[in-house]
Design a protein around this ligand. Structure first.
Ligand code: UDP
Ligand code: MG
Length: 194
């Protein structure tokens, strides 16, 4: 099985690249952000719980996010593997994910970070906000709050996965195609090492 976490700040290109990887390697793509947005659109109770956090650029509490993620994995237990996009975002989410995968006799292959500097990310998010309709992309204060959440709560995952020897990073700037090729090469290498 190939189980990959795509890691990076808001706007780093995780969703875009996940679309390619999932087709190339026949994986299930789980974006917790997309799942929340679908639930918000359908006005489910999960969506109602998550909405205010998301609109303000804050993380949704761990337990809500973890329960949703577990459900999604279990629904697809027979998959070739998974791309986790935007999850985990806190240390406790990462620890739960490890235990959960182990309980299913699954294993995390690697975490791959897409590295992009904040000024480029701000431009990308503002641009996306003009077409996506996402409130959290339309306001610079909210965007900066998401970076702060990342710095405080998500960036500790870098040393966590480094200590497990599972952290890799590639540059997230350049053409979409160049980045896709870099990712493909890296994942093919990881498959060989496995
Ligand atoms: N979010 C969260 N936990 C997740 C995924 C998303 O709390 O596991 C929330 C959080 O408020 C975040 C927003 O959803 O700012 C958008 O996340 P998404 O991954 O879709 O967008 P990105 O930050 O990658 O632009
Ligand atoms: Mg995304």
């Amino acid at each position: 099985m190939l189980n990959i976490i795509l890691f990076g700040k808001p706007g780093a290109g995780k969703g875009t690249q996940a679309e390619y990887i999932k087709n190339t390697f026949n994986l299930i793509h789980i974006s917790t952000g997309d799942l929340f947005r679908k639930n918000i659109e359908k006005k489910t109770s999960l969506g109602l719980m998550a909405k205010s956090f998301i609109d303000n650029g804050e993380l949704v509490p761990d337990q809500i996010t973890i329960d949703m993620l577990k459900n999604e994995v279990i629904k697809n237990k027979k998959a070739n593997g998974f791309i986790f996009d935007g999850f985990p975002r806190t240390l406790s989410q990462a620890e739960v994910l490890d235990l959960f995968l182990k309980s299913l006799k699954m294993n995390l292959t690697a975490t791959i970070s897409l590295d992009v500097e904040d000024s480029v990310l701000e431009d990308r998010l503002i641009k996306r906000g003009k077409t996506s309709g996402r409130l959290d992309d339309q306001n610079i204060e909210k965007i900066r709050n998401r970076f702060e959440e990342y710095n405080k709560k998500t960036s500790p995952l870098i040393s966590y996965y480094k200590s497990l020897n599972k952290f890799h990073s590639i540059r997230g700037t350049g053409t979409i195609e160049d980045i896709r090729n870099e990712l493909n090469n890296l994942i093919n290498q990881l498959k060989l090492d496995d």
